[in-house]
Structure formats: structure tokens, C-alpha cells
Design a protein around this ligand. Structure first.
Ligand code: PSU
Ligand code: MN
Length: 305
């Protein structure tokens, strides 16, 4: 890798060379998934929770044409507030570097860059998936493709019910991506602990999750792993209650002709509006809950190494 393309913070570099646990964090959730200033508060909180757990956080983004693995306070602030920061999926990494642009990385791009830096565990809120109406729009997130070909454990609260969850699970099965329920046998639906969709795999022990992943790596299986971690009970918004807001948001997007990469950020923002900010508090708590589990898995993984 060319040195001028990538800058790994000193803290992350030291941890990696000492074999200490590191947790990757994405930046699209900051720049395009939550409004300012709650996004900045969340980003800081995620990093401090990681450090408190004895793990080094590596928030990943592209800034000024360089891949940054581990951000300083100014860089976090820029990501959270600068409207010129674009949304970068894996396919846009090369382009953003060539244009010397700044981008927030989605789950797909963050996985790819984490792997490149030697980081194996990544915590986020929810992943992208198969959109409702994908039968005609063909809108399927590149996150699912990346999960099938990049060996990183992604800890999420499942996928948001703005998506077609049954199709998302079918797609993950087709793409050979293990989906592991943590403390649940059901696929969580982000805001809700329950979706009614059964999972075929469940592991309640972070050490076993780490071991399963290590077996995949040793066998040369290219896929990552999706850990589905239901949000804390006190923040649960029942599936049926969210459904009306989601239907409204999907309808509004359709009326305004919003599609492609703009669709997910639009839906996330619209749902915050429609729930009067309640969904934002839920989003924050579930993402921090994923950081907590991500730290546990990252620590177990370094013990196995
Ligand atoms: N879902 C969420 N919050 C998010 C995203 C998805 O609940 O912040 C972001 C993630 O960065 C994810 C991206 O990788 O949206 C997926 O976008 P798309 O649907 O365009 O692939
Ligand atoms: Mn899409």
C-alpha cells in the first residue's frame, strides 16, 4: 500500500503492532446517519466507551484524499459537521482518493479498509440490505456483497425495517454470509428486538463468535460474519409502531423520486422527523450496545491469536 494513501493513527498503529484489540467504527453513521450535533456526541461516546473497555477505537474515513484509520478530535468534528463530506461505499474509494476528496465510509467501505489495516472487528448501528421494492428497483446494498468477500466481523442491531428483512436474510444466505444471533434466535429489526424472522445460528458467548471467525479465516473462507445484537429492552420501539413511520418515509422518498445512494440517508433522516427524535435516541443506544459487544469479541479474538 502506498504510504501517501493511508494514515493510521499512532494509537491504532501501536495497538496493532502489539497485538492489542482494536475496534473499527464507521463514519457514514456519523456524517449521513444522524443529525448534527447528536452525531458528534455519539461519535465521541462510541470512542470513549471503546477505550473504557480496554480496546482502541479506529474510526475510519477518507479525509483530504487520504484513508484515515483512527481520527483525532478535529477530524471527528469535520466529519460530523462538514456538508462536503460525501458517502463512500467500496466502489467510490478509489475515486474519492483520486479527487483528493473527503468521504464518510459506509459499512462496505469501512469493512474493506479495516481489513486492509489488519482490523477484524467492526461495530456499527445497522447494515444496508435489500430495499423494499427491490424487485423492481434492484436496490440492494453493497454492504451485503462486501460481507461475502471481506473477512471482518460486523456487529449490528440487525437491519432497519426500512428494508425488506426477509429478502435481506435470503440474500445473506445466498452470499454465504453467516448471520449469528447474539442472545437471540430472531433477526433483530434495529429499533425493535423482534422481527418474527428466525435465525439458524445463535451464539451467546463472544469467545465462541471469535472462534467461529478464526476457523473461517484458517480455512480461507473469504466471507465476514454478521453478528445480530438486539438493542437494550428499554429502548425497544415495537415493530408495529415503527411500521407506520417507515411506510410514510418510504412513500415520501418515492414521491420525491429519491433513489440510489441518497435513499438510505433520506429515510434515516425522515424517520427521525416522523418519530419526533425518539428514533435518534434509540439509534444511539443500540449503536453503543454494538460497540460494547464489538469490544468483547475483539478482546477474545486477540486472546486466540
Ligand atoms: N442503516 C442504518 N444506519 C446507517 C446506515 C444504514 O440504520 O447509518 C448507513 C451505513 O453506513 C450503511 C449505509 O453502510 O447506510 C448503507 O447505504 P446503502 O443502502 O446506500 O447501501
Ligand atoms: Mn442502494
Amino acid at each position: 500500500m502506498e504510504q501517501q494513501q493511508i494514515s493510521v493513527s499512532e494509537e491504532v498503529q501501536k495497538a496493532l503492532s502489539a497485538g492489542k484489540p482494536v475496534l473499527a467504527l464507521e463514519s457514514t453513521i456519523i456524517a449521513h446517519g444522524m443529525p448534527y450535533p447528536e452525531n458528534l456526541e455519539f461519535a465521541r461516546e462510541a470512542e470513549s466507551l471503546t477505550r473504557k473497555s480496554g480496546v482502541v477505537p479506529a474510526t475510519i474515513a477518507i479525509l483530504g484524499g487520504r484513508i484515515c484509520i483512527g481520527l483525532n478530535a478535529d477530524q471527528l468534528e469535520q466529519l460530523a459537521s462538514d456538508k462536503a463530506v460525501v458517502k463512500v461505499a467500496t466502489r467510490e474509494i478509489g475515486l474519492t482518493l483520486a479527487e483528493k476528496g473527503s468521504g464518510a465510509t459506509t459499512v462496505s467501505a469501512t469493512m474493506r479498509l479495516a481489513r486492509l489495516a489488519g482490523i477484524h472487528v467492526f461495530a456499527t448501528g445497522g447494515i444496508g440490505g435489500v430495499h423494499r421494492g427491490a424487485g423492481s428497483s434492484f436496490d440492494i446494498s453493497a454492504d451485503l456483497i462486501e460481507l461475502s468477500r471481506t473477512s471482518v466481523i460486523v456487529v449490528s442491531a440487525g437491519a432497519k425495517a426500512i428494508l425488506d428483512l426477509p429478502k435481506t436474510l435470503e440474500y445473506l444466505e445466498t452470499m454465504s454470509v453467516p448471520v449469528i444471533g447474539y442472545g437471540t434466535s430472531e433477526f433483530p429489526a434495529f429499533y425493535s428486538r423482534n422481527s418474527g424472522l428466525k435465525l439458524t445460528s445463535r451464539l451467546d458467548d463472544p469467545g465462541l463468535i471469535a472462534r467461529a471467525f478464526q476457523h473461517q479465516i484458517q480455512l480461507g473462507i473469504p466471507a465476514g460474519m454478521l453478528v445480530a445484537n438486539p438493542l437494550p429492552k428499554e429502548y425497544d420501539i415495537p415493530f408495529a409502531e415503527m411500521e407506520k413511520h417507515i411506510e410514510q418515509a418510504v412513500q415520501d422518498a418515492d414521491n420525491q423520486g429519491i433513489k440510489g445512494k441518497a435513499l438510505t440517508p433520506y429515510l434515516l433522516g425522515r424517520i427521525v422527523e416522523l418519530t419526533g427524535g425518539r428514533s435518534l435516541e434509540t439509534n444511539r443506544s443500540l449503536a453503543l450496545n454494538n460497540v460494547d459487544l464489538g469490544c468483547k469479541i475483539a478482546k477474545k479474538l486477540t486472546e486466540l491469536a
